[in-house]
Design a protein around this ligand. Structure first.
Ligand code: SF4
Length: 381
């Protein structure tokens, strides 16, 4: 069995950003303590639940996501990493990532993280413009983001990722590119560039209407994406996925499991898992999660055994998110699906439109195709 990924969902934030649709709530000190007890118990209980001996199943990535994992205490992070090491054979050289927001990424905290075994930091910078951060409802400022990067380096993090968001309210192409340049200047090993997506009732929608902020036209959004990626190419980054670029050898090993048909177990409220052809999700509410762990009642909701059809669809859809694309021969061997026979006319049409390209056996999205990924990938469902 290839090594697993372990995902730890930390469901707290200091403030709720105006666009956020993740599973999170406002920080509460008492709930933090109960959450840490529950999540460490859930991790320790995993071997028994899956019929393994403690330390039998191998894992090579641990990822603290949220929410805002940097609101945990260092002792909490150490306890959670310790529980992972007790329950799983966490290989030496494993990638252990923690997502942090700049306002909580202080020097003592980052030094403590290193001592607890965290070796990759993902900073939610989002923008290098003060007005944009305010519009999003982020509580950090640009100086804090720069200080967090310097503090991370000083603490010994040599694998640093920065998140940026594009197509923000009233953002111009030039303003966006200035944030990309500012991020590159800080010398991260990895960058994630996301387009803002506004869910139907996002408070930011109302705010945009009130303040008369508009989104740049679609052509500008395309220019934002394509020009940023071209600048990152020129600076020696490798775009390995639709939204992610990295220095050679610094792609996120944990996130690659999601896109390469890997297996992972998620711990904490609302965490998703994929293992042995099944997919499930933990109960979302933190109070309910804590209560269920305490009562030893099942945490799972929405368990599904993936059908053969769902498995190949998923392999195609996630694989095409990667710049490397997919091997048509490997798809036929692993899933018995001949993509050319089944989707020949669609693939031909996409190639003619310049959104898909063929390189021998490999099929991949072009950069333009990555921009239109939702439309292209729909054909496989
Ligand atoms: S910090 Fe992240 S998880 Fe928390 S509210 Fe903002 S976007 Fe959502």
């Amino acid at each position: 069995m290839p090594p697993l990924g372990l995902y730890i969902h930390v469901p707290f934030c200091s403030a709720i950003c105006r666009y956020c649709n993740f599973n999170r709530g406002l920080f509460d000190e008492g709930l933090r303590q109960r959450y840490v007890e529950a999540v460490t118990a859930e991790i320790r209980g995993a071997p028994g639940r899956f019929g393994w001996r403690p330390g039998e199943a191998r894992a090579d990535t641990v990822f603290f996501g949220g929410g805002t994992p940097s609101l945990l205490e260092i002792a909490d992070v150490a306890a959670i990493v310790g529980a992972c090491r007790e329950a799983f054979d966490v290989a030496s050289g494993s990638e252990i990532t923690l997502e942090a927001n700049p306002e909580s990424a202080t020097s003592p905290f980052l030094e403590g993280l290193r001592a607890a075994g965290v070796n990759r930091l993902s900073l939610g910078v989002q923008s290098f413009r003060r007005e944009e951060l305010r519009r999003l409802g982020r509580i950090h400022d640009v100086a804090q983001a720069r200080r967090a990067v310097a503090a991370a380096r000083q603490a010994g993090f040599d694998n640093l990722s920065l998140d940026l968001m594009m197509w923000l309210p009233d953002q111009t192409v030039r303003q966006w590119l200035a944030s990309v340049d500012a991020a590159m200047k800080l010398g991260p090993e990895h960058l994630s560039l996301y387009m803002l997506e506004l869910y139907p009732n996002a408070p930011l929608r109302e705010e945009m209407a009130r303040a008369h902020w508009s989104l740049a036209p679609d052509d500008d959004a395309a220019e934002m994406y394509e020009t940023a990626m071209a600048r990152l190419d020129a600076a020696g980054f490798d775009q390995y996925e639709i939204s992610n670029v990295a220095r050679p050898g610094r792609a996120s090993r944990h996130n690659l499991k999601y896109w390469t048909d890997g297996e992972w177990i998620g711990f904490g409220p609302g965490a998703h898992s994929t293992l042995a052809g099944s997919r499930w999700k933990n109960v979302s509410g933190t109070d309910e999660y804590v209560a269920r762990v305490a009562a030893a009642t099942p945490l799972e909701t929405e368990r599904r055994d993936l059908t053969a059809e769902e498995r190949w669809q998923e392999a195609v859809i996630t694989g095409l998110r990667l710049r490397a694309g997919i091997s048509v021969v490997a798809m036929a061997e692993s899933y018995g699906v001949d993509l050319d026979a089944r989707f020949g006319p669609d693939l031909q049409r996409f190639q003619e439109a310049g959104v898909v390209e063929r390189d021998g056996d490999r099929l991949r999205l072009t950069r333009r195709g990555m921009l239109l990924a939702n439309e292209v990938l729909r054909v496989f469902i």
